[in-house]
Design a protein. Structure first.
Length: 318
């Protein structure tokens, strides 16, 4: 079965694949690489955080221990001297000391496990005694690029965003493959670029070995001018899926369609400014229902039709 999809007002950039072709990274390996980067980024952040906690513990542990001892002595002295001050004042003072002791003991517990966490992250055997060479006068340099540029770079290189982009490409490719399996005879008709194109539509344009899933025919204009043919010729080597591309010919396409095959003829007006101009078949293509992709269906027409251009327009309107 042949399925024809008509796209009105579709703009085709013959040079788009030239830029896209520079990135040959397949979506699945790319997604795996971004997942690896995300894991490494999380690991680096965990190690950096654990390092500074452990460095703080190494430097502050003795100070926290001395402060706890002083607070305990002050609490004991306050309880012994309760008779020398008003009871309510003594209780308030003791409550403040107890709150401070609770906070200090919580900090002490956090500091006690910080070096253990760091040892686990850097694969040290349990119980290993080590010390950190933390800088005493750490100088933080100012950023070397504007904040706005830093935000843009961070967004572009964000592994979560890049992985999501690869996942979208994978989903699109899987959809195209499904369509290719279930509807091998899809034909897409486009226009509005004032040029003739016949192209294979691939499941993945970034992969030269990717399967062809459909055929595309894009018709030119009868009178309006298109791009310079030199630009089309320059883009063709970067777009091997384009079977035919001419912007210097004015005319139309004619199709004969049945259940098994579509036959297309690209008709060119010899002299666009002459109402009595003849018509030349510049190329013919065939699409089979059971095989995606267009292939040449006959020699470029040497035969010339004497049909005047105004008759062609009348035929197109009917």
């Amino acid at each position: 079965m042949l399925v024809v999809v008509v796209l009105a007002g579709v703009e085709i950039d013959a040079g788009a694949d030239q830029e896209r072709g520079r990135d040959k990274e397949a979506p699945r390996p790319g997604r795996a690489e971004e997942q690896r980067r995300r894991v490494l980024q999380a690991l680096f952040q965990d190690v950096r955080r654990a390092f500074w906690r452990a460095a703080s513990a190494q430097r502050l542990n003795s100070d926290v221990r001395d402060t706890i001892r002083d607070a305990q002595k002050a609490l004991e002295a306050s309880r012994k001297g309760e008779t020398l001050r008003a009871p309510i004042d003594a209780l308030r003072y003791q409550k403040a000391l107890l709150d401070a002791l609770r906070d200090l003991e919580f900090v002490q517990q956090q500091l006690a496990v910080s070096k253990t966490e760091l040892a686990a992250l850097i694969n040290l055997p349990p119980g290993t005694v080590y010390s950190l060479a933390a800088p005493r006068n750490l100088k933080i340099e100012s950023p070397r690029m504007p904040v706005r540029q830093m935000e843009e770079v961070a967004l572009v290189r964000n592994p979560d965003v890049r992985e999501a982009s690869y996942q979208v490409r994978i989903s699109v490719n899987e959809t195209r493959k499904m369509l290719a399996r279930n509807l091998p005879g899809v034909v897409v008709l486009g226009g509005d670029v004032h040029s003739n194109y016949v192209a294979d539509l691939k499941a993945d344009f970034d992969d030269a070995r990717s399967a062809v899933v459909a055929s595309e025919f894009c018709g030119t204009s009868i009178t309006s001018l298109g791009l310079a043919q030199s630009r089309i010729d320059a883009a063709r080597p970067f777009n091997p899926h384009i079977r035919f591309g001419r912007s210097d010919q004015r005319g139309y396409m004619s199709f004969v369609l049945d259940a098994k095959q579509l036959r297309a003829r690209l008709q060119s007006v010899d002299r666009p400014a002459d109402p009595a101009s003849g018509i030349t078949t510049v190329a013919s293509f065939v699409v089979d229902a059971a095989r995606p992709g267009a292939h040449r269906g006959g020699p470029p027409g040497e035969a010339r039709a004497s049909l005047p251009a105004h008759a062609v327009v009348a035929r197109l309107r009917t």
